[in-house]
Design a protein around this ligand. Structure first.
Ligand code: XMP
Ligand code: MG
Length: 177
């Protein structure tokens, strides 16, 4: 059984989400937000955050694959993208679990821009600045992490641990990401 070290409790996560929602609400004022939620990792983050936003929100899901085990492959592929989904003229807020090398988000930001979004911003639950390989900016970040592999609150190791209500470091699992 892998050893888990709790980094952020459920309480800490929910408190931080309220701060993020307040900031997003202020920035967008009364504009509608088109949330693009990156599956599967941002599932719980998006569900909790979006319910705290005062703005009118529409939600779209995308699933991208760039990861095998714990290593970024650098090769991003779209696994799921609803065909009729359009972002033209919309204010898009991409909701992602973790900004690691930046390869996944760079791909998605460019795609949404090419599709004619009016604005594109990124909201990440976690960010690992030390791992960045591509210059992509997250406008809203929940927590900054060092180079550790984490699970829980949507994040998995080989599809396990997503349903934890907290974020934990997998101590004797894959090692540093
Ligand atoms: P890039 O490198 O494209 O990767 O920024 C983002 C994706 O990598 C996965 N990732 C992790 N998943 N614990 C996880 O469960 C981690 O510590 C971790 N670091 C990166 C994640 O799928 C994210 O969307
Ligand atoms: Mg994963």
């Amino acid at each position: 059984m892998a050893k888990l070290k709790v980094l952020y409790t459920e309480r800490q996560i929910q408190d931080r989400l309220r701060e993020l929602a307040q900031q997003i609400g202020q920035d967008y004022q009364d504009r509608s937000i088109t949330a693009v939620v990156v599956l599967k990792g941002a599932l719980f983050f998006a569900a909790d955050l979006l319910r705290l936003l005062p703005n009118p929100v529409s939600v779209q899901f995308v699933e991208l694959k760039s990861y095998a085990g714990t290593e970024s492959s650098g090769d991003v592929r779209i696994h799921y993208w609803q065909e009729e989904f359009q972002v033209g003229g919309r204010d898009v807020l991409i909701i992602e679990d973790i900004l690691d090398t930046g390869i996944t988000l760079d791909f998605l930001v460019r795609k949404v821009e090419q599709m004619g979004a009016r604005s594109v911003r990124v909201c990440c639950l976690l960010e690992k600045p030390a791992r960045r390989r591509v210059a992509v900016q997250a406008h809203y970040v929940g927590f900054i992490l060092s180079d550790v592999f984490v699970v829980g609150y949507g994040l998995d190791y080989e599809e396990r641990y997503r349903n934890l209500s907290y974020i934990a470091q997998l101590e004797d699992g894959p090692g540093p990401a």
